[in-house]
Design a protein around this ligand. Structure first.
Ligand code: 4AD
Ligand code: MG
Length: 510
């Protein structure tokens, strides 16, 4: 029988004794007395290959001995059963040809700083965690298309080069369009509204740009946004759609990316909990909750934060003691190398944990202070969002915000003209706002007056105003930040890890 090329993800116990070819890179190598083990990754998955030294040719053994981390290889072998392996099979090597021997791959097992890894993003992408995040990202986008396609939405692509702002004038990337000013799109929404007047239910999905000089873990300069826009929808319908969509995507990822979630240590039961009905709370109630004047499920936010502060102080003392104990064991001269490494690893994990807790200890008093002082008319800052979400274990939809802190296109509330019919969706676990949407002002005169009172050049918006002249209707939509959603699902520390090549303040290469 001939050797046949197989992608690693397609190999199973059904292929036992089959002669196969795999093409990939060396993820790790272990040279023992009798056997050499290679872990190979080919982009679809990883698998263990091995060769017995006593029945391999000298030439083949020499080739294998020279292999280094990330060397690229072609392997012929046979699939062997191994019940001890998680995959229940491994590959016995018959022949191997290197495509190239890799010279000193810069990313090793040691803990690299995040700045180093970002500079080496083109190589960092090969690491298993980054690979897992990219696979989840791809499926999140597939899931979004599936969701909207199933509901007969039309997929629209809106321009990146635009002549006007959408959200604000302060975060525009200016560029030059045949000698006149142009801007990279902040949002496809206004074009989405025009398209909804033609196709009723539409969505856009593409890159958007914000010149935000903020180095938070939630901000990118270039990010992808999903924006549905629907004719005859009101705020309630938008909130229902948002909730249905997020739950669909989480379930889609649980169903399709079990392996990747495991690699990321993402607890699936935790994700399942986020599929319960979301909380819907008005902006005005949120002020009371932040001020500690209203409880959520009998929990008072300020009390909770204060107790959390005390708990964390105890935690950090306990971790310190634990580290001391472990360090004592290390001093024992009879300790075996394997055990020594396990303890070093444990200490490393504890030290990282304590760093994280210390950050919290420093932040909590600031959060408490900011929450207590929060008043009507304030916008929720990143840390207000984080603090608030400590007492929720589902996403929260905050609706009816003051008009004066929201964009000109939002429709005013009929009962209270200070408020708009809008919603921001906050994710739990400190991920903050992941989506925002609203009813759109559909009255020609009110829209014009909003534009004028915001000092916006009305000429730039004539085409948008036309939509209110020719068969204006109530309509609504929202924007979902793709990277923030993925960052939350994958539980990454920063949104930058959810993009293959992130663009953010201070980073445009690679
Ligand atoms: O809240 P935003 O600014 O809303 C809009 O742009 C509306 N025009 C959307 C609409 O109604 N069609 O942005 C929407 C979402 C945010 O909730 C957030 O998830 C994400 O986009 N986002 C960012 N993500 C990463 N980096 C940034 N700098 C982001 N700014 C917004
Ligand atoms: Mg917003």
């Amino acid at each position: 029988m001939e050797y046949i090329h197989k992608y690693i993800s397609k190999i199973s116990v059904n292929n036992l004794n089959n002669k196969i070819i795999i093409k990939g890179w060396i993820k790790s190598k272990r040279d023992t007395k009798k056997i050499i083990f290679l872990v190979i990754r080919d982009g679809t998955d990883i698998c263990q290959c091995f060769i017995h030294k006593n029945n391999a040719s000298e030439i083949l053994l020499n080739k294998i001995k020279k292999l280094t981390l990330e060397s690229s290889v072609y392997i012929e072998g046979v699939v062997i059963s191994n019940i001890n392996q998680s995959k229940k099979y491994e590959i016995q090597i018959h022949e191997l040809y290197p495509y190239q021997l890799c010279n000193n791959f810069p990313i090793g097992k040691k803990n690299h700083s995040i700045n180093f890894l970002i500079q080496k993003r083109h190589l960092w992408l090969r690491s298993q965690k980054q690979w897992a995040i990219m696979k989840i990202r791809s499926n999140v986008l597939h899931g979004l298309h599936t969701f909207f396609n199933d509901r007969e939405f039309i997929y629209i692509n809106t321009p990146i080069l635009t002549s006007n702002f959408v959200e604000n004038t302060t975060t525009l990337f200016k560029t030059n369009f045949y000698n006149s000013d142009a801007y990279l799109s902040q949002s496809g929404q206004l074009y989405g509204e025009a398209a909804a007047m033609s196709m009723n239910k539409i969505y856009t999905l593409g890159p958007t740009f914000r010149a935000e000089k903020s180095k938070t873990r939630r901000h990118l300069s270039e990010f992808w946004m999903l924006e549905p826009e629907i004719a005859f929808y009101d705020l309630n319908m938008i909130m229902n759609l948002m909730e249905e969509l997020i739950i669909f995507i989480i379930q889609y990822i649980i169903n399709n990316n079990d392996n990747e979630l495991k690699i990321l240590n993402r607890d699936i039961n935790q994700l399942k909990m986020f599929c319960n009905p979301f909380k819907r709370i008005t902006y005005e109630e949120i002020i009371l909750i932040l001020n500690g004047k209203k409880n959520v499920n009998n929990i008072n936010l300020i009390d909770y934060l204060q107790n959390d502060f005390q708990r964390k102080k105890v935690d950090i003392e306990n971790i310190k003691l634990e580290i001391l104990e472990l360090q004592k064991i290390l001093q024992n001269k009879t300790i075996k190398k394997k055990e020594y490494n396990i303890i070093i690893n444990k200490i490393d994990i504890l030290q990282n944990k304590s760093k994280e807790i210390l950050e919290n200890i420093n932040n909590i008093p600031l959060w408490i202070n900011s929450a207590k002082k929060f008043q009507y008319g304030n916008d929720l800052g990143g840390s207000d969002e984080t603090a608030l979400m400590k007492i929720f274990n589902t996403p929260v939809m905050i609706y009816n915000w003051p008009y004066k802190i929201k964009p000109f296109y939002m429709k005013k509330n009929a009962d209270n003209n200070d408020l708009v019919n809008n919603v921001d969706l906050l994710a739990p676990e400190g991920y903050g706002e992941i989506a925002g949407g609203s009813e759109r002002e559909d009255d020609l005169n009110i829209l014009i007056s909003n534009i004028k009172s915001n000092n916006i050049n009305i000429n730039d918006f004539q085409w948008y105003i036309d939509l209110r002249k020719y068969g204006s209707i109530p309509h609504s939509g929202f924007g979902l930040g793709i990277e923030r959603l993925i960052s939350w699902i994958c539980k990454t520390n920063h949104v930058r890890e959810t993009m293959a090549f992130p663009r953010m303040y201070g980073n445009i290469s690679p």
